[in-house]
Design a protein around this ligand. Structure first.
Ligand code: ADP
Ligand code: MG
Length: 237
């Protein structure tokens, strides 16, 4: 993969004029790869939800985003799409290892997020897995995890691999997503999340999503959000 990126973004140059993507309402109006557009179409997604309309143009530009919108408003696609596009633009391949990490507070949500990656990302060649707690399959996981591109994880299990799994390397990740950020950044996970983040590269894109908007500056500093776009959506159109 070509690291360091081309930085193609939500503001594109067309016919000598800059096009703004802020007014787009449909996924196919966004500057997305054909693979992602095909995945969205095949999955039946056409119109963007409000949080997607607000967050995607910024996230696709490579900006850090702090997004808040109630449960059921479509936050998953607001980070799955930028994650797929980031790796696609970096020409991420099998040899490049982990390029995207998504942190989720629990196994069930992690599973749902991973399904969306599989569904919308089906035309990309990325590999991935759900890395969640429980004794079952740890050794198997250790054997396969090093070659995967996209990991949807609970903080504890990811930390366990960082500590125990030979050749597991997260030093090249391009994008970190924290879903249900209010829960993941809560006391319960504090030490684990801080340990995980301390082992990730500082140069990366970071996207935080949650149902509530209250996030202290201290929490944002913990995950080193850089000049984030604050996006709050209160009601669905
Ligand atoms: P949240 O994370 O905000 O709780 P989800 O991402 O889980 O919301 O999405 C809730 C539901 O809405 C899911 O069933 C998802 O498939 C659907 N959904 C999301 N975005 C769209 C869209 N643009 N068009 C149609 N359905 C959507
Ligand atoms: Mg969600």
């Amino acid at each position: 993969a070509k690291k360091g990126g081309k930085g193609a973004g939500g503001v594109g140059k067309a016919a000598g004029k800059y096009t703004e993507y802020g007014d787009c309402t449909r996924f196919d109006e966004l500057p997305l790869s054909k693979k992602t557009k095909d995945g969205l179409r095949k999955a039946g997604y056409t119109e963007m939800s409000e949080i997607q309309r607000a967050a995607l143009p910024h996230a696709l530009c490579g900006r850090d985003v702090l997004g808040a919108a109630k449960t059921g408003s479509g936050k998953t696609l607001a980070f799955v799409i930028p994650a797929l596009e980031k790796l696609y633009r970096e020409r991420w391949g099998p040899e490049d290892g982990v390029g995207c990490i998504v942190l989720s507070p629990n196994k069930d949500l992690a599973g749902q997020i991973f399904e969306v990656f599989q569904n919308v990302g089906k035309f990309h060649g990325f590999s991935g897995a759900c890395i969640v707690g429980g004794r079952k399959g740890l050794d198997e996981e250790k054997a396969s995890i090093t070659g995967l591109n996209i990991l949807v994880c609970t903080p504890g299990r990811l930390l366990q691999h960082m500590g125990e799994t030979t050749n597991f390397d997260c030093s090249q990740i391009q994008i970190l997503v924290i879903d249900e950020a209010d829960q993941v950044l809560d006391k319960k996970f504090q030490q684990q999340v801080d340990d995980v983040v301390s082992q990730l590269p500082k140069v990366r894109q970071t996207l935080l999503f949650s149902a509530t908007q209250t996030k202290s500056v201290k929490d944002l500093a913990r995950v080193s959000l850089k000049d984030p776009e604050y996006i709050g959506v209160h009601a669905e159109a």
